[in-house]
Design a protein around this ligand. Structure first.
Ligand SMILES: C[S@@+](CC[C@H](N)C(=O)[O-])C[C@H]1O[C@@H](n2cnc3c(N)ncnc32)[C@H](O)[C@@H]1O
Length: 272
């Protein structure tokens, strides 16, 4: 195994590079994590130092290594039916309100930073059960290609499905004890693509969303990056549409553009 150390100077340069490209801010206390996560990249590329790796990132034109960097440094923890109070409020209260506003039962939802797809597919299943929409279009996106490919495959381990209610598991998955393959009908209602949340050009291509989930990702950004992302998400929503962030997160001090609305103790943000 390669025996190299990440100096403080190179760590800071790497940190700045990661921040500039992705909005992710790596605190000093997480230096050991970056060092550990990127060691495999150095080995794969036959590089002798982190400095050489930084040069590769800076000067390899096609972005291949940048994509590998995102795969390596992102935290992709997610699971089906995560933070269920928020999901229930969306399906039972917000979607009916949107249908009423639009006078249409065609709904467009974006799971921005979807990781391996559990959030996007949970919403599809819940809406199918509710039968309130005539057309459901869910877009899932992430900065990591690895998780997008996993989302497209939609085959999950037991850990990912641990909170799926048994009737849903029986109805929407084909399970063999170890793996749980999502039903094609659910899969076909979600599509996945690579979108970097701080890239205005990619973000502006997404328009007219009724509901955006952007949960458990803003925590990796500093205030400046959060402000940029939230303003881009605002522009992707239809007027009257809603943004949902993680239940432990807040947009206080990030934006005043949204109107915070509380439904059954769940705070969501409406584009007015
Ligand atoms: C902890 S997961 C959250 C997944 C899901 N939203 C949830 O709440 O369960 C965070 C995801 O954000 C993605 N991410 C981080 N920075 C990003 C960026 N700049 N653009 C898009 N996705 C990003 C990561 O790759 C990761 O998959």
């Amino acid at each position: 195994m390669l025996n190299v150390a990440l100096s403080d100077t190179v760590f800071k340069q790497l940190r700045d590079f990661i921040y500039e490209k992705s909005g992710i801010y790596v605190a000093d206390t997480k230096k050991y994590l970056v060092e550990k996560k990127l060691l495999a990249r150095l080995e794969e590329k036959n590089l002798k130092s982190y400095e050489d790796y930084l040069s590769l990132l800076r000067f390899s034109g096609n972005g291949d290594e940048l994509a590998k960097l995102y795969d390596a440094i992102t935290t992709n923890e997610t699971y089906f039916f995560r933070e269920p109070q928020q999901l229930t409020v969306c399906v039972d209260t917000i979607i009916p309100q949107i249908i009423e506003q639009k006078k249409s039962r065609d709904i467009k939802i974006w799971s921005a930073a979807s990781s391996t797809g559990e959030e996007a597919y949970t919403l599809v299943m819940m809406l199918l059960e509710k039968r309130s929409c005539s057309r459901i279009e869910v877009l899932g996106s992430d900065i990591s290609n690895e998780v997008i490919e996993a989302a497209k495959k939609a085959v999950y381990g037991s850990y990912a499905v641990r909170s799926v209610p048994p009737p849903y598991l029986a109805k929407y998955f084909r399970s063999n004890g170890w793996t749980h393959e999502l039903d094609i009908a659910v899969k076909s209602m979600a599509r996945f693509m690579n979108i970097n949340l701080i890239d205005p050009a990619r973000m502006r291509a997404v328009q007219g969303m009724d509901l955006i989930f952007c949960r458990n990702v803003l925590i990796y950004f500093d205030d400046k990056a959060k402000q940029k992302v939230v303003s881009l998400l605002y522009d992707s929503l239809r007027p009257g549409g809603f943004l949902v962030i993680g239940s432990a997160e807040s947009l206080h001090s990030v934006t005043r553009a949204f109107k915070p609305v509380v439904f059954n103790k769940v705070v969501v943000y409406q584009r007015v």
